[in-house]
Design a protein around this ligand. Structure first.
Ligand SMILES: [Zn+2]
Ligand SMILES: [Zn+2]
Length: 335
């Protein structure tokens, strides 16, 4: 059974309306049915203690930040929420829908804005994020999937960042076509100055604004707008890999693990329509419902109306209905 809709749906999609791969510059997010996991015992887990300590520390300080929230000014809380939205879009509209899937085109100014927003989110640079994400789609739920959800909730949520990658993830990642990313000067510039950009944009800038503009205590600013906001956006993103691969309906393809999950849709700015997304990874909206419950789609639509984005790829209703009848679980709606 095809895990990815591209091959099966292509013929049914009116050529003038849709684009399933050609025109995006790459198709390495299409599920590879030929891959087989190696037989024999799995390689031993190698813990990355630096990441374990840093992640533990981040979450402990974040819990402490909860105690600080009531004493922060309202403007600071609002600012933290704005930073949450900006950094979220850097991942969802940027690293994910633009750079991993090429589901729309963005002009240079928008790519620069998205790269800045992406550094604010501090989830590895765009190049690395997109490479890991393409292998995730191409080898979903296998040894070559960086956050293989068959290894459990914790592993697919955060555990995969705390151990060395499975050798197949590295091997398959090296074979991907990443030429489009290498050719994008914005992506390569962000990669080159990534650490500096993270210090400035994920931590210093969000902390500076409330302290400078409305006299918030600097410590409060740092805990709320930098540390707490960062931890929330991290976990919201991770829920797409964990919860949205385990809980929810499968109206488009019952043979794959990714599911439609309302909680994740809400928390991850529209990224929880995950059964749809793995079935049609080239759709810029990651769902058939447009901008509803999909802040990221609303943002991309706005950018298009401002002339900063174009070439949104989407799937026609007929193809979606055919796919639902053919391989869906019969639930026919999200959640
Ligand atoms: Zn997924
Ligand atoms: Zn994706």
């Amino acid at each position: 059974m095809a895990q990815n809709g591209a091959a099966t749906v292509e013929k049914e999609i009116p050529a003038h309306e849709e684009d399933v791969g050609a025109g995006r510059g790459m198709t390495d997010d299409v599920f590879d049915e030929t891959y087989r996991e190696k037989s024999g015992p799995k390689p031993a887990k190698v813990y990355v203690w630096r990441n374990i300590i840093l992640m533990a520390l981040l979450h402990v300080v974040s819990l402490y930040s909860l105690c600080v929230l009531p004493s922060a000014k309202f403007a600071t809380l609002l600012w933290a929420f704005v930073c949450f939205l900006i950094s979220g879009l850097g991942v969802t509209a940027g690293a994910h829908r633009l750079w991993s899937h090429r589901s729309y085109k963005a002009t240079l100014p928008l790519r620069i804005i998205l790269a800045i927003a992406n550094s604010m989110a501090f989830q590895n640079d765009i190049f690395e994020w997109a490479r890991d994400h393409r292998v995730h789609h191409k080898f979903s739920e296998t040894d070559a999937d960086p956050h293989n959800a068959t290894r459990g909730f914790f592993f697919s949520h955060v555990g995969w960042l705390l151990v060395r990658k499975h050798p197949d993830v590295i091997e398959k990642g090296k074979k991907l076509d990443l030429s489009d990313l290498k050719a994008d000067k914005v992506v390569m510039f962000q990669r080159r100055y990534y650490k500096t950009s993270v210090v400035l944009l994920c931590f210093l800038f969000p902390s500076f604004v409330p302290w400078y503009f409305w006299g918030e205590n600097f410590w409060n600013s740092f805990l709320v707008a930098a540390v707490f906001r960062y931890t929330v956006i991290l976990n919201a993103t991770w829920l797409v890999n964990s919860a949205a691969h385990m809980y929810g309906n499968r109206p488009y393809d019952r043979h794959i693990n990714p599911r439609e999950n309302h909680l994740v849709v809400f928390g991850a700015l529209g990224e929880g329509f995950h059964n749809y997304h793995h079935t049609f990874p080239f759709d810029y909206s990651t769902s058939e419902y447009g901008w509803r419950w999909n802040f990221t789609t609303g943002f991309i639509d706005l950018m298009c109306s401002l002339g900063l984005a174009s070439d949104r790829k989407s799937v026609g209703k007929a193809a979606i209905v055919a796919r639902k009848i053919g391989t869906g679980d019969g639930s026919d709606k999200t959640g």
